[in-house]
Design a protein around this ligand. Structure first.
Ligand code: UVW
Length: 321
């Protein structure tokens, strides 16, 4: 048999699917698993009340660029009102003497810590739930990130630290792992991945981004990460994983090792199962805290912005443990 040349061939005509599971008009997919009971299970994991935010900075003057997928560019924030505008007479002095600051920002909505919309990526002319890919033209009519933003994400999270498990500060380009590796890492951490957990996976890559030069980080861009197999997709489906959260630029190994096809898990998990993807997260501080007291579970919350029709949104998830 010749090797698959397309995502469609790799995943096959009978790929595991959740289309229709939550009705013909669903736009949030596996986030439906996050019932109020899951919020309570997450809340029950809180012991000390310590909280962590998972967003990387947008437009920090301390770094040369934001961590983005090749082809995207960093956010550009512009101050359109500040004291300078008043000093230069560019804004009319109000009679009551008050001054203000205002900004605009131009950015890829997938250019920072982000939620992907379920309609962000597709193959064979169909997006999540079988909606026609033509519904994405100009604006996502279906399965845009606004649906996730309106709903919000609250659940029981578990952190699996693959970098710590492998005894390295970061996984390297081309390193891959499977759900078997996640389970082995969980066992080594003394924790369990339970049904309906928000699965948070640290590879160390975000730390590496801030330690490296841009040239080094993007040379032969080949992110490490989870890699496609049908068995792995079936595991996600069986475990009813609602949300995959990582410190990678695109949540999975860039290339499927056997075929070199790009980002097959976006299609197998996001398009077919409706798993929400949260990318470019800062997980190092959370991981250090979990390692310090051996507790790897927590309440996970996130609210991407309700950007109508958008394929993604910046987000600052909050974890409480
Ligand atoms: C791509 O679409 C390439 O990646 P992401 O999911 O990070 O936006």
């Amino acid at each position: 048999m010749p090797p698959p040349r397309t995502i469609s061939e790799l995943l096959g005509p009978d790929a595991p699917s959740n289309w229709g599971r939550w009705g013909d008009d669903d736009e949030v997919g596996s986030l439906n698993y996050l019932t109020p009971a899951e919020a309570l299970r997450g809340a029950a994991a809180i012991r000390t009340g310590q909280s962590f935010t998972l967003q990387v900075p947008i437009g920090s003057p301390d770094v040369a660029a934001d961590p983005v997928f090749p082809g995207r560019s960093s956010a550009v924030r512009t101050s359109v009102a500040d004291e300078g505008h008043f000093l230069r007479g560019e804004i009319e002095e109000p009679a009551d003497g008050h001054h203000w600051a205002d900004d605009t920002i131009e950015m890829y909505l997938q250019g920072s810590t982000q939620y992907d919309a379920l309609g962000h990526l597709w193959y064979d002319g169909k997006i999540w739930n079988g909606y026609d890919a033509a519904t994405t033209i100009g604006s996502l009519e279906k399965a845009s990130v606004a649906a996730i933003g309106r709903r919000g994400v609250v659940g029981h999270g578990v952190l699996i630290d693959m970098a710590r498990h492998r005894g390295v500060p970061t996984l390297r380009p081309g390193d891959t792992f499977t759900h078997h590796d996640l389970l082995a890492a969980a066992a080594a951490q003394g924790t369990t991945i339970s049904d309906r957990d928000v699965l948070v996976v640290r590879t160390g890559r975000m730390g590496e981004f801030y330690r490296s030069s841009l040239e080094d980080f993007y040379a032969d861009f080949d992110e490490p990460g989870l890699t496609y197999s049908r068995e792995l997709v079936e595991w996600f489906q069986r475990m009813e994983i609602p949300n995959l959260v990582t410190d990678l630029i695109a949540n999975e190994a860039t290339y499927h090792p056997g075929t070199r096809l790009e980002l097959p898990l976006h299609c197998a998990l996001m398009r077919n199962l409706g798993v929400a993807f949260t990318e470019v997260c800062w997980l190092d501080d959370l991981a250090d805290a979990c390692a310090a007291d051996g507790r790897w579970t927590f309440l996970y919350t996130a609210a991407p912005l309700v950007v109508v029709g958008a394929s993604g949104s910046p987000v600052n998830p909050v974890v409480i443990r």
